[in-house]
Design a protein around this ligand. Structure first.
Ligand SMILES: [Ca+2]
Ligand SMILES: [Ca+2]
Ligand SMILES: [Ca+2]
Length: 147
C-alpha cells in the first residue's frame, strides 16, 4: 500500500475490507473442504451416519498414540488450524471445558464411544431445523463443538 495522500479513503477502506473478506474466505474454504470430505454421497448434506464416520476419522487424527483414547493434550492439539476469532487462551479454555464434558467418568481420557456420543449431541444441537441432516452452516457449528 502506498502512503500517497491522493488515495481516497474509500479506496483504502475497500482494500482493508477485501483483506478481511479474504481471511474469512480462507477459513470457510477449510471448513468447506471438511464438509465435502464428510459428505460422502455428495448430496450437500451430512447425515448422522456420515457425521459419525467423520467423527471416527477425526478421532483417529487426534489420537496421536493410537491407543483408542484421547488424552486432554491430544484433544487440545487439533482445531488450531481453524481460526475462530478467539485468543489462544480462550480457545484452550473452551476446549478444556469440552474435554471435561466428554470425559463424563472423569478418568482423564475420552474413549471413542464417549467422543461419538458427544458428537451425536453436537449433531442434534447443530441441526437447528431438525431434519436429521446438516447443511454446511450447521456442520460448521457441529464441528466447532467436536474438534
Ligand atoms: Ca451426504
Ligand atoms: Ca491417545
Ligand atoms: Ca438440518
Amino acid at each position: 500500500m502506498s502512503k500517497n495522500k491522493s488515495v481516497p479513503l474509500s479506496v483504502a477502506l475497500a482494500f482493508a475490507a477485501s483483506v478481511t473478506a479474504g481471511a474469512v474466505f480462507a477459513q470457510e474454504a477449510g471448513q468447506t473442504e471438511d464438509f465435502s470430505k464428510a459428505d460422502k454421497n455428495n448430496d450437500k448434506y451430512v447425515s448422522s451416519s456420515e457425521f459419525e464416520e467423520w467423527q471416527d476419522s477425526v478421532f483417529g487424527n487426534m489420537d496421536a498414540d493410537r491407543n483408542d483414547e484421547l488424552s486432554e493434550a491430544e484433544f487440545l492439539v487439533i482445531g488450531v488450524r481453524r481460526p475462530t476469532g478467539e485468543t489462544p487462551q480462550q480457545r484452550e479454555a473452551r476446549r478444556r471445558t469440552e474435554f471435561k464434558q466428554m470425559d463424563r467418568d472423569s478418568k482423564g481420557y475420552v474413549t471413542k464411544d464417549q467422543y461419538i456420543e458427544h458428537g451425536e449431541k453436537a449433531f442434534d444441537e447443530a441441526d437447528t431445523n431438525k431434519d436429521g441432516k446438516l447443511t454446511p452452516q450447521e456442520f460448521k457449528a457441529a464441528e466447532e463443538k467436536t474438534g
